[in-house]
Design a protein. Structure first.
Length: 148
């Protein structure tokens, strides 16, 4: 590749997002409301509500607050591909999956690391600078599947 076409690595270091926390809370409250409306035995309903509460707690801890050891802290996209840095200090090469979601206000990056590990990074304008989010969306929409 010519030197004039090279781009610097794109570093994504998301901050905590209140909007994502509220979205997580809203979806789990909606799931709990549905469980209360459908006809179930009391024991089944309580167990399912407990699972919804555990799912909310896990999502808040691992995804929104990023406190789990396997939470993504940084993703770097260079000419060599994706490199992920986790909270516990691990650094891994990753492959961006086609299930990645790109919209105007939200980008959800799905990665594969190794055989059974599938981390994700959820980005909004609150979690990352708007110009960095725009730059990521532009690079992801380029027809080439290789990094610029």
């Amino acid at each position: 590749m010519n030197d004039h076409r090279r781009r610097p690595p794109l570093r994504l270091q998301p901050r905590r997002s209140r909007w994502l926390g509220l979205l997580l809370l809203g979806t789990h409250l909606l799931a709990a409301a549905v469980l209360l409306l459908i006809p179930l035995e009391r024991v089944s309903r309580v167990l399912l509500l407990l699972l919804v509460a555990l799912s909310f707690g896990y999502g808040l801890w691992a995804q929104v607050l990023g406190l789990a050891p396997w939470s993504l802290r940084e993703a770097i996209w260079s000419e060599q591909g994706w490199r992920l840095n986790f909270r516990n200090g691990d650094q891994r090469e990753a492959v961006l999956l086609p299930s990645t979601l790109i919209t105007v206000r939200l980008v959800i990056l799905h990665f594969r690391v190794g055989w059974l590990r599938y981390p994700q990074m959820t980005l909004t304008e609150e979690a990352i600078a708007p110009d960095r989010l725009r730059q990521l969306r532009v690079r992801l929409r380029l027809p080439s599947t290789t990094p610029p």
